[in-house]
Design a protein around this ligand. Structure first.
Ligand SMILES: [Zn+2]
Length: 230
């Protein structure tokens, strides 16, 4: 795991090391990568043929009736699971309300459910994202934070990068006083293969601006997310 994105240990937010951000986690770079134009890609028939190859590889008879439509279905499922590559995060956040009406606290949306695919195994990981930002002038509709999460989740991801990309996009587009993102997820590449441990949660977080600089705000965010008021 990247040193810059530490797991949160419950009750010990003060344990965090001062942030030392490696170049690969530079927010501007992330955003540039995230909004790049679609890459040239193979034809659908080629993708379906590749699925057929995988079926043969695992020892299947690709001509048996139950599997005849499987390559097509798998590619269709891929279209859905990876549609985030064709969606622009900046566009989602672009429609803002200019009027904060003197509101000067952070806005928190918690328990945003998502499913993503790990880039190491192409297996699902899923869980919840909790996102807060403190607006300066620009406020977005609350559903936009959920939309933003989906755009990044519907790509091949690591949980660390998903966390950082969400924070970077909000930072770059809304220019808020700070962003806090906490993601908790279960990885099927760990629960159904490999060490096969069910129920293990992975936590990643990203704090910018006032959340990074002010431990009290960070702690307030974390206690709201942990739901002491739930
Ligand atoms: Zn994995």
């Amino acid at each position: 795991m990247d040193a810059a994105i530490k797991s949160i240990r419950p009750g010990k937010p003060s344990d965090r090391q001062p942030e030392n951000r490696p170049a690969e986690l530079d927010p501007a770079e992330f955003l540039a990568a995230a909004v790049r134009a679609d890459q040239p890609r193979p034809a659908r028939a080629e993708a379906e043929a590749a699925v057929k190859t995988l079926l043969a590889y695992i020892g299947e008879n690709t001509e048996r009736e139950g599997l005849l439509d499987t390559p097509r279905r798998v590619v269709e499922a891929f279209d859905e699971l990876y549609q985030g590559y064709h969606q622009c995060p900046a566009e989602v956040l672009d429609r803002t309300f200019g009027e904060t009406a003197g509101y000067d606290d952070f806005v928190l949306v918690r328990d945003i459910e998502f499913t993503s695919q790990c880039e190491h195994h192409m297996m699902p990981f899923y869980g919840k994202a909790h996102i807060a930002y403190t607006p300066v002038e620009r406020v977005v509709g609350l559903s936009k934070l959920a939309r933003l999460t989906d755009i990044f989740a519907r790509r091949l991801q690591t949980q660390e990068h998903l966390t950082a990309q969400i924070a970077a996009a909000i930072d770059e587009v809304l220019k808020p006083r700070g962003v806090a993102v906490l993601i908790e997820a279960e990885h099927t590449c760990m629960s159904v293969r490999g060490v096969a441990k069910h129920g293990a949660s992975t936590f990643t977080s990203r704090f910018t601006g006032m959340f990074r600089d002010n431990p009290a705000e960070q702690a307030r965010f974390l206690s709201l997310v942990r739901g002491t008021t739930r």
